[in-house]
Design a protein around this ligand. Structure first.
Ligand code: FCB
Length: 472
């Protein structure tokens, strides 16, 4: 078995606070495989990935990184990395196949086994209940635009907490509800692939409601010491210029991308400008009395996923309507223009810009005092390959990680309460609409043989963890 070498050789430039949590993150559909084993039913991602033209090369998560069968080996890899924490997600259709009624013991057993092995390895499990794999049966009944789905989620959350609550201390309701609502129901590039802007706004509200109901369900089952959270992919929005029109474009994207979740969850209100901006799309009549106070059920920390910033400007007056895919930003057509940022890019074509992460953390420090933050995802895809010696050299990923960790360190020094960092991702995996064409892992996976090879970045990360800071 491959060893992971973490022998600090040079000095440490940026030391993180004692107790800082160093983790890796994954998601069920992206790594598990075993899609129809032991009673698991299709999720919206099984259906979507089997629909021709939706996922690059027709890839599906049927086998993925075969983590379902290689879980022990993968925990072993993390132990050798030296991580203190592991963020994974539970597949709803594996533990409650129809999305209602009793849980399937066999499904729960898989996660119990995973958690036991993690604890044995000295790794703290951080469980996410929903990383996009809605049971297809619930989508067939209406999916997230339907209010009842939020109630179904709370029931499911209770089942999982009942089974794992004695061993898992950290819980997250949702991963990136923005993507699930707007890529899933507005632009349609993610499952279930619907292109109904009004339904996407309903879905966003139902995610907030389901989050609150889920927190309540978790708290009713979990010990008092358990910590409950939500993970958002907050957008670091920047206006191209300081003109009033560009600043207004940035305000609109901030409302639709960030405050649509932050305001209900942390303040129990909907942003007034969001409601105004989207008036042509919906009257928000689906928001019932009391929903927003449910959404604001207190959490213990906020998870932040960050990859790159978003640069916007006012749309050019008189410019023809943009062609191509439907927009994931309801109500912004003809008002907002997304501007490609200059500079280096990853294999996803996402700009590399660690300052955006610093800006987000400084904003959360100022706007949500008293709410600790965990970076629940950060990382980069590059064109990795194993060389003839069987090694994977990924200097660009190391540079990306170094820059972003330095930004986190700077934010902490400036007063941000950041408690940990989860690198996306442990393994190369099924990258949603991009299938297996994009590799985010610090461990390379040869999908033909399922052989795992730690990349240079894995050795680098092990060294960072061992020294508790960045080499310099
Ligand atoms: C995030 C997702 C995660 C992964 C990364 C690259 O939006 O939460 O599953 O695909 O992007």
């Amino acid at each position: 078995m491959t060893t992971i070498d973490a022998s600090p050789a040079t000095g440490t430039a940026a030391r993180f606070p004692a107790g800082f949590r160093w983790g890796t993150a994954t998601a069920a559909y992206q790594i598990e495989g075993a899609a129809s084993l032991h009673g698991r039913t299709p999720s919206i991602w099984d259906t979507f990935s089997r629909t021709p033209g939706k996922v690059l090369n027709g890839d599906t998560g049927d086998i993925a990184a075969d983590h379902y069968h290689r879980m022990a080996q993968d925990v072993g890899l993390m132990k050798r990395l030296g991580v203190s924490d592991y963020r994974f997600s539970v597949a709803w259709p594996r533990v409650q196949p129809t999305g209602r009624g009793p849980a399937l013991q066999r499904g729960l057993d898989f996660y119990r086994d995973l958690v036991d092995r993690l604890l044995e390895a000295g790794i703290r499990p951080v469980a996410t209940l929903y990383h996009w794999d809605l049971p297809q049966e619930l989508e067939d009944r209406g999916g997230w635009p339907l209010r009842g789905t939020a109630e179904r989620f709370a029931e499911y959350a209770g089942h999982v907490a009942g089974a794992l609550g004695d061993r898992v201390a950290d819980w997250t309701t949702f991963n990136e509800p923005w993507c699930a609502a707007f890529l899933g129901y507005a632009s349609g590039v993610h499952a279930p692939g619907r292109t109904e802007p009004a339904a996407a706004l309903r879905a966003a509200h139902h995610f907030n409601l389901a989050h609150g109901l889920g927190v309540q369900a978790l708290r009713s089952v979990l010990p008092r010491s358990a910590e409950v959270s939500l993970t958002l992919n907050l957008h670091a929005v920047r206006a191209l210029t300081g003109s009033a029109a560009d600043l207004d474009a940035a305000r609109r994207i901030d409302a639709l991308g960030n405050r649509i979740f932050l305001d209900p969850v942390f303040h129990g209100r909907l942003p007034a400008d969001l409601v105004r901006d989207t008036a042509e799309v919906t009257d928000w009549g689906f928001v019932r009395d009391g929903d927003l106070s449910v959404a604001a059920t207190p959490v213990d920390w906020l998870g932040v996923n960050y990859y790159s910033p978003t640069l916007v400007a006012a749309a050019d007056p008189g410019a023809p309507a943009a062609g191509g895919d439907p927009s994931p930003w309801p109500g912004t057509e003809g008002r907002v223009r997304f501007v490609p940022a200059p500079g280096a890019r990853t294999a996803m074509d996402w700009p590399v810009d660690a300052d955006g992460l610093y800006e987000l953390l400084a904003r959360l420090r100022d706007e949500l005092p008293g709410v600790p933050v965990l970076i629940t995802e950060n990382g980069a895809a590059y064109e990795d390959y194993a060389d003839p010696e069987g090694e994977v050299h990924d200097p660009q990923r190391i540079a990306y990680l170094h820059g972003h960790l330095a930004a986190v360190h700077r934010a902490i020094a400036d007063g941000a309460d950041v408690r940990g960092y989860f690198l996306w991702s442990l393994l190369d995996n099924f990258e949603w609409a991009y299938g297996y064409s994009k590799r985010f892992g610090i461990v390379h996976v040869d999908f033909a043989t399922q052989r795992r090879t730690p990349k240079d970045s894995a050795h680098w990360y092990a060294d960072v963890i061992a020294r508790g800071g960045l080499p310099g």
